[in-house]
Design a protein around this ligand. Structure first.
Ligand code: CTP
Length: 392
């Protein structure tokens, strides 16, 4: 079980740390909490103690058991995050001050460290705070930047504690090994929309969930990740470059512009095979009882990159409704893939909108049948398989 130490300082955003802790608990982390006395003015220690089912650490000199608490608490920690972090704790960390239990424990910790600031915009933008943050970065402390928004003090600007999802991603990144460090991974996701007129398009049911899960996990494993996505309501994973496109032609253009320097390309998008050959600038009015559309074939992006690959390891996806494995094996060879992930649309829990998937992995000489699992777990397995295929 991975151990996360959470430091909480005196900002109104302290209440958001409750949500972060309960999300981390669900992910099975062992959590320790240290609060400053000012933090306890905003949320009581009892709240956090109840969430983690143990006492939180506030006063270093309450010596029950005569252990050195600020040292013990960081022993074997996998990550230490201060959330929310005030200008004061940032200044202390930057200058190595250790005048209370939180600053002492942070100085004593040798695990990956994260600071998530939250404060008034002018305090955040003050040169002193920015310089202190630069010093923290130079000590390899990860800063999860606050967001722009309406602040509790009434001001508008940067200072809002970062999104909980980004904090979770940053913590997970800190606790994972990074076998893909220095590698470039290009992932396509979601549907494409092939426009017909200003209000209509041809598309499919893809939600983008699989591609976004792959992007998130590839980043956690250390890669530089570029995600080329059709329209999708999925959240952009933390520190993943997301490029939004609409049509298959738009996706093809973007894939080509990133392709040369990629180590891995994963085509999980449900790319439209055909597009309307004529686009009407005005809304098409209904007239005749029957209406025929003339469609033209889109470039098969996966086939194209399969043909032109140099160093890239390429993963395709296939969704079949009959002769699943036979069709997928044909696609694997026809499109010159290194790995093909195939699912059967009629299988329970598999397919477009679900959070789970049940697939088989096709490689040159092998078919690997996997159980039903979450798309995030599957993303891990696919990336591990790709690394194996590449010999890494
Ligand atoms: N794909 C692509 N470009 C297209 C169509 C599909 O790159 N124009 C990619 C998808 O991203 C996926 C793979 O090809 O990785 C398989 O797509 P699929 O639609 O199952 O295969 P098709 O070749 O279109 O075959 P069919 O529709 O006849 O099953």
């Amino acid at each position: 079980m991975k151990k996360i130490v959470i430091g909480i300082t005196g900002s109104i955003a302290a209440y958001k740390t409750c949500e972060l802790i309960s999300r981390l608990k669900k992910k099975n982390y062992n959590i320790e909490v240290i609060m400053t006395k000012n933090a306890a003015q905003f949320v009581t220690p009892l709240t956090f103690g109840t969430l983690i089912h143990k006492p939180v650490l506030i006063d270093d000199f309450d010596e029950t058991g005569y252990q050195i608490k600020h040292i013990n608490i960081v022993k074997d920690a996998d990550c230490f995050i201060i959330v929310p972090a005030t200008a004061n704790i940032i200044a202390k960390v930057a200058h190595g001050l250790a005048d209370d239990v939180l600053s002492s424990a942070f100085l004593a910790a040798t695990c990956p460290k994260i600071i998530a600031p939250a404060m008034n915009v002018h305090m955040y933008e003050n040169t002193a705070t920015q310089k202190n943050l630069d010093i923290c970065k130079s000590y390899h402390i990860k800063i999860v930047e606050p967001e722009i928004g309406e602040l509790a003090c009434g001001y508008q600007g940067r200072g809002h504690l970062s999104d909980i999802e980004d904090l979770l991603d940053a913590i997970e990144y800190a606790t994972y090994p990074h076998p893909l460090a220095g590698k470039h991974v290009l992932i396509t996701a979601g549907p494409t929309q092939e426009p017909l007129d200003p209000v209509r398009f041809i598309s499919n049911h893809s939600s983008g969930k699989m591609g976004y899960a792959l992007a998130k996990v590839a980043r956690q494993l250390g890669a530089h990740v570029t995600l080329i996505s059709g329209p999708s309501s999925q959240r952009a994973p933390y520190e993943v470059d997301v490029i939004k496109i609409q049509s298959a032609q738009g996706m093809f253009k973007q894939v080509l512009s990133y392709f040369d320097f990629q180590d891995y390309v994963i085509m999980s998008a449900a790319v439209g095979d055909y597009r309307p050959l004529e686009y009407s600038d005005q809304k098409i009015k209904k007239k005749a009882d029957e209406f025929y559309l003339k469609l033209g074939k889109n470039e098969d992006i996966l086939s194209y990159i399969g043909k032109h690959k140099t160093k890239q390891t390429i993963c395709g996806f296939a969704m079949e409704t009959e002769n699943v494995i036979e069709n997928a094996q044909n696609k694997f060879f026809k499109k010159n893939c290194d790995l093909l992930v195939v699912n059967d649309l009629f299988e329970d829990g598999a397919g477009f909108k679900t959070d789970t998937n049940k697939v088989a992995l096709i490689t040159k000489n092998f078919v690997d049948y996997l159980d039903l699992m979450s798309k995030e777990n599957l993303a891990h397995i696919i990336l591990e398989k790709l690394m194996k295929v590449k010999g890494e």
